[in-house]
Design a protein around this ligand. Structure first.
Ligand SMILES: *[C@@H]1O[C@H](CO)[C@@H](O)[C@H](O)[C@H]1NC(C)=O
Ligand SMILES: *[C@@H]1O[C@H](CO)[C@@H](O)[C@H](O)[C@H]1NC(C)=O
Ligand SMILES: CC(=O)N[C@H]1CO[C@H](CO)[C@@H](O)[C@@H]1O
Length: 477
């Protein structure tokens, strides 16, 4: 039983901001809270920091004590999909974080290369010669390889054409990874270069799943008739499933290549291959353990509050660094067996910001979307000013946040942080879904939160039941 008896804020100074102390199970334990603002959040502060240890570490490179107690890591291989146009921008951070405790990972791209000593495999080279000769999407593969061989920077070729190679990588890479490790690995976990996977939360989940079963788990998405695990959110295959994928795909490769050619998405076709396997393999609905939002865009609702977050998507290097340090710090304070719940991310990353802002932020869009009033639609009362929009929210009991721009008032029932209208999203988010505005266009735009209502929500949600942390079967099974 998890329970937060009391949450108290101890803010010694605004810049070092909040250091949340909460009492859980009667034991006082310090909440970890990053120093917020700017890019300078290098330090997470711990109550049990030992100065002499810190001194020893100054010149000793990365401390590897976080690698202790990662039970089951040896049963796992991580497959990372990237592309030559983004590899130097997005891959480096993973060596210091995601891969820092294991050598069992394979990087797949569209050019075979040595990445500072690490071999990178070319997933497109694993498609059939026929496909590479006949499919127009794959002409870009030659272009990228020629660019690379001539010593130019493949990043010059960023764009649509290179992106169209992406869907072709899924099947060959899973099949190749299976051929590499077979049943020597129980688990194959797929990520993209802007996915963060928390080993701290993934490994306890794996220990609850049976790798001998055909497991294919991901964040469920439906396109057309097909339900599949969204690629960027990450997905999990047991070795039994990886074997079935290899068998089904390889025994009819030309047909599957033709399916991919005519389809939008490789993650979707992968689900179709698994449904065509004998026996068919269906997706285990793993949302929200596996999910595609960032700290800034996530809806902090009761649905997720008491569940652990295994993945985040659209995170840049700063975001991966931040989440990874949080994992590591969490483990130091709470130990290896205490999963990090969405609630815990909220308390450390989001709530201190709302408090520091005293409930409202200028030039900010908080992604409110339950009510949407606009002058154009003839709504006049709430759209006149930020105060009027705030008033609109106050009048509705279920409203917890509002977002005003000239002529528009949006309000929402669920807390989201959102981001500045005139800047990058911050909190390490590479997400870019908000329409940008700057200077005069902002004209007093602001977002606000009903801190008292949020406080009652947290109160209501204060107890999390451990039996509901992990998703191990679908509701309909
Ligand atoms: C992959 O599937 C093909 C076709 O069924 C098969 O010949 C091959 O042995 C499989 N690879 C492994 C490693 O099982
Ligand atoms: C925070 O907001 C409340 C009401 O919205 C106001 O009374 C209070 O003075 C503000 N505090 C600070 C430090 O600005
Ligand atoms: C997720 C969400 O609600 N996004 C909205 C953010 O605000 C812009 C403009 O205000 C909308 O276009 C988005 O739909």
């Amino acid at each position: 039983m998890h329970s937060v008896q009391r949450v108290a804020l101890v803010a010694s100074c605004l810049l070092c901001l909040a250091f949340l102390v909460h009492l859980r199970d009667g034991i006082s334990r310090a909440r970890i809270s990053p120093i917020l603002g700017g890019g300078s959040e290098a330090a997470i502060q711990f109550s049990n920091g030992d100065a002499s240890q810190k001194k020893d570490r100054i010149f000793s490179g990365q401390d590897k004590t976080h690698c202790l107690d990662l039970h089951g890591l040896e049963d796992l291989v991580i497959l990372l999909k990237t592309g030559s146009t983004e590899i130097y921008e997005k891959l480096p951070i993973h060596f210091q974080t995601t891969f820092s405790c294991t050598e069992d990972y394979i990087i797949y791209s569209d050019v075979q290369q040595d990445f500072a000593g690490v071999p990178v495999r070319d997933a497109i080279a694993l498609t059939s010669t026929k496909a590479r000769n006949e499919r127009s999407d794959l002409e870009q593969h030659k272009t990228l390889n020629e660019c690379f061989k001539s010593g130019r920077d493949a990043a010059e070729l960023k764009g649509e054409k290179s992106w169209h190679l992406d869907k072709w990588k899924f099947l060959p890479m899973i099949s190749d990874a299976y051929s590499t490790f077979e049943h020597r690995k129980k688990w194959y976990f797929f990520i993209e270069a802007d996915t963060y996977v928390s080993m701290h939360n993934l490994l306890p989940w794996l220990s609850k799943l049976d790798s001998k079963q055909a497991i294919y788990a991901g964040a469920q998405v439906v396109i057309g008739e097909t339900e599949f695990g969204h690629g960027g959110s990450g997905f999990l295959l047991s070795s039994t499933t990886a074997e079935a994928l290899n068998r089904t795909y390889k025994s009819d490769q030309h047909r599957w290549e033709s399916v991919i050619n005519n389809d939008c998405c490789g993650d979707k076709v992968m689900a179709e291959v698994l449904l065509a396997a004998d026996p068919p393999i269906r997706l285990l609905h793993a949302f929200p353990l596996i999910q595609g939002e960032t700290l800034a865009s996530l809806d902090w609702s009761g649905k997720h509050w008491c569940m652990p977050a295994v993945t985040w998507h659209h995170v840049d290097a700063a975001g991966i660094d931040r989440l990874w340090k949080f994992d590591r710090g969490w483990k130091k304070v709470y130990g290896a067996s205490e999963p990090i719940l969405f609630r815990d991310y909220y308390e450390s990353f989001i709530h201190p910001r709302l408090l520091a802002a005293n409930g409202s932020m200028p030039d900010w869009d908080n992604l409110s979307n339950d009510w949407s009033n606009s002058a154009a639609m003839g709504d006049t009362a709430s759209v006149g000013s930020a105060q009027a929009c705030q008033h609109f929210c106050e009048q509705r009991d279920s409203c917890v946040q509002w977002a005003w721009r000239p002529g528009s008032c949006k309000a929402g029932k669920i807390v989201r942080l959102g981001w500045a209208l005139n800047n990058r999203p911050a909190l390490g988010s590479a997400d870019n879904r908000i329409e940008k505005a700057a200077g005069k266009a902002l004209d007093g735009a602001a977002s606000g939160w009903m801190l008292d209502r949020i406080a009652s929500f947290r109160e209501r949600m204060s107890s999390c039941d451990e039996s509901q942390f992990w998703l191990t079967r679908n509701k309909y099974d």
